[in-house]
Design a protein around this ligand. Structure first.
Ligand SMILES: [Zn+2]
Length: 306
């Protein structure tokens, strides 16, 4: 039986049905509105469910989240930034359904475990690099949630050399330097005239010097963050997805150089850093894994959990 999956992103909602094999279908997307956010999300869920009996719903959300409390508080959704009780709202909408909820990075790691780079892997880092930067971690074979459900928040690892203010209120976070949005912002400040991370990548491929420098800057910072996390977690596989990760050589060459410069410890020498083969439906796939499991697979990672 298909489950209903919801991906709460920084700028858009996606919802779809996911069958037992992990195939996603019937996907609908909508921009996150400035106001009346829940009514729009609710409309999307009802549209995708299409009147069928929904028995399980999986939700992956941009962070931060409060997983034990069932509350999402995404940095980039102002109306929800102080916290929105997403689990209670979805349970009210589908009263007979099992509703499971996690940060999008954890869903990504579950998706990579089911059908991507984490098959047969026990320790890995899954990242998404798009308008923001997020992640999920696989530790000793389990996707780890941390204390509040926010483990894997690699976007807010501090990287050296760039004192850029971050939307979280901190300074020098890798998201503030290397996301698509941040890179485009930096390039515009240098005189580039485009708008999005995708336009920036296209400009770099044609040899635009500012765009090339922006992607080199992003790749270098990403390599620093990846090596710091890999050293901390002792992972052997880092898989990177998200729209901006598909910027090609202008991003990946400096990223690999940066990894080569920093991954010097013996246990990091074989570190694999690769582009995810999963598409932008990966969070939906992971949310469905979460919803379909007979017991909450993430609760297992909690000390004293069932
Ligand atoms: Zn930050």
């Amino acid at each position: 039986m298909a489950v209903l999956a919801l991906d709460i992103g920084a700028t858009k909602f996606a919802a779809g049905l996911v069958d037992e094999t992990g195939r996603v279908y019937g996907v609908c997307r909508t921009a996150v509105p400035a106001r009346e956010v829940w009514p729009e999300c609710r409309r999307l869920l009802l549209e995708v469910a299409g009147g069928s009996a929904v028995t399980a719903v999986g939700i992956g959300s941009a962070g931060p989240v409060d997983t034990p409390g069932g509350v999402t508080a995404p940095l980039n959704i102002p109306e929800w930034r102080a916290g929105f009780p997403i689990v209670a709202a979805v349970e009210e909408l589908f009263p007979t359904a099992v509703v499971r909820f996690a940060i999008d990075g954890a869903c990504l790691a579950l998706a990579e475990q089911q059908s991507g780079a984490f098959r047969g892997i026990r320790n890995g880092l899954a990242m998404t690099v798009s308008s923001g930067i997020g992640g999920g971690i696989l530790v000793d074979g389990r996707v780890s949630l941390g204390r509040t459900g926010n483990a894997g928040h690699i976007g807010h690892i501090v990287v050296p050399g760039w004192e850029v203010p971050c939307a979280c209120g901190g300074v020098g976070c890798v998201e503030a330097v290397a996301s698509g949005m941040s890179s485009a912002r930096w390039a515009r400040a240098q005189g580039w005239r485009g708008k999005t991370g995708a336009e920036l990548a296209a400009a770099a491929r044609t040899g635009d010097p500012i765009a090339t420098a922006a992607l080199a800057r992003a790749g270098t910072a990403l390599g620093q963050a990846i090596c710091s996390a890999a050293a901390l977690l002792d992972v052997d596989t880092v898989v990177v997805g998200g729209g901006f990760a598909h910027s090609g050589d202008p991003l990946w060459r400096p990223l690999r150089e940066s990894v080569g410069r920093h991954a010097k410890l013996t246990f990091l020498r074989g570190l694999r850093v690769e582009l995810s083969r999963l598409d932008d439906g990966a969070t939906l796939v992971g949310a469905a894994v979460l919803a379909r499991s007979p017991i909450d697979p993430l609760a297992l990672a909690e000390p004293g959990g069932p």
